[in-house]
Design a protein. Structure first.
Ligand code: PLP
Length: 359
């Protein structure tokens, strides 16, 4: 018998979601963010589905090289830039765009002797205080890049939002103001928007948008799901019931006995656990579907197994399909049950789970 746990990745849904980005930001070029193995969806499948994006965004050079194997001409942006001068020459040879977010990266560019000048995105810290040149150093940094022979003249100016998924906060407006003040006098292309800003702030779309989570059909807003924006879920996570226990009132379920049966009832045992990437911190009550019918996780998630309440499932039997997330069970709702965000759920799936690509 083959363990029934599997992921289905829907390439048609990826393509649909990229089209939704184009619908929301029709005037903008698109950097499709495929870092972290395309948010856990598989970088190779995702890159082939996004043949008509304008560029790909990755975290590091190893991820960029995976894209290069599939496409010799794709434009690829290294979102953390380069870490060493060796990486800088590698990026130049492979024609990767680099983000420059720190003075030391400018020093490296000035000291190197590259085969080809690079395209550079200058990142400004407009208020997130993670990566980015301080506003006070922006003018000097830009002047150095303009004068550097290793930098192509079409520099792109960019920043990243800390709170775009919480539109009621004032932070995004403040960040836009800082960025606009610095960039206003320059004719360089500009880039601000992640998924949340693509969906909620048309004023930030400008030349380049940088969608990530929405490409995977997932809402960046905690109180919404992808379908609210006509996005289609890309990842479908299924397993099956592999055992059914007839329990008595008072029986404690799984490690630690966190959940106790309130009456005589059936408990379903599902072949999935944190060893597959299902979150161990999922609480009792986290939604699960058995044969497409809603029920709940009960008891602590184990490495290879989890347990579900079968009280409202008619005639359950071994081999019944269990949906962990995907069609009919939005991953955003599972994320709430696990006190996390859907980004983390898709990124932390493990290689043990077999993947099927459809579409
Ligand atoms: C990951 C990332 C994005 C995409 O963010 P989402 O919330 O997934 O849309 C955009 N810009 C930068 C700089 C990123 O690192």
């Amino acid at each position: 018998m083959t363990r029934p746990t599997q992921l289905t990745i829907d390439k048609k849904a990826l393509q649909h979601n990229l089209q939704r980005v184009r619908d929301f930001a029709p005037q903008s070029h698109v950097v499709a963010m495929v870092k972290a193995n395309a948010y856990g969806h598989g970088i190779a499948e995702t890159v082939s589905a996004f043949a008509d994006t304008d560029a790909f965004g990755v975290c590091c050079i190893e991820e960029a090289d995976v894209i290069r194997q599939h496409s010799r001409s794709a434009r690829v942006v290294l979102m953390e830039g380069v870490f060493t001068t060796a990486e800088l020459s590698h990026a130049s040879k492979a024609s990767y765009d680099i983000i420059v977010h720190h003075q030391q990266q400018i020093d490296m560019l000035e000291k190197s002797n590259l085969v080809k000048p690079l395209r550079v995105w200058l990142k400004v810290n407009s208020g997130m205080h993670r990566l980015g040149i301080a506003p006070e150093s922006f003018a000097e940094s830009l002047a150095r890049l303009k004068a550097c022979a290793n930098v192509q003249p079409d520099i792109i100016l960019m920043t990243h939002f800390a709170d775009a998924d919480e539109p009621e906060k004032p932070t995004t407006n403040q960040q836009i103001q800082v960025f606009n003040t610095l960039s206003a006098e320059h004719t360089f292309a500009k880039s601000l928007a992640n998924s949340a800003a693509i969906l909620s702030r048309p004023d930030t779309h400008v030349d380049w948008v940088r969608p990530g989570i929405m490409l995977y059909g997932i809402s960046p807003f905690a109180n919404k799901i992808g379908r609210d924006f006509d996005l289609m879920p890309v990842m479908h996570f299924h397993s099956e019931l592999i055992a059914i226990q007839s329990c008595k009132k008072g029986d404690a379920i799984a490690y630690g006995g966190r959940w106790v049966c309130p009456e005589d009832m059936l408990i379903g045992v599902v072949a999935v656990g944190y060893g597959d990437g299902y979150p161990r911190h999922a609480k009792d009550g986290t939604p699960v579907l058995v044969k497409g019918k809603p029920t709940q996780l009960v008891g602590r998630v184990s490495m290879d197994l989890l347990t579900v309440d079968l009280r409202n499932i008619a005639e359950p039997k071994i081999g019944d399909t269990v949906t962990l997330w995907g069609n009919d069970l939005p991953i955003e709702q599972v994320a709430i049950g696990a006190d996390t965000i859907a980004y983390e759920l898709t990124c932390t799936l493990t290689p043990r789970v077999p993947r099927i690509v459809i579409g």
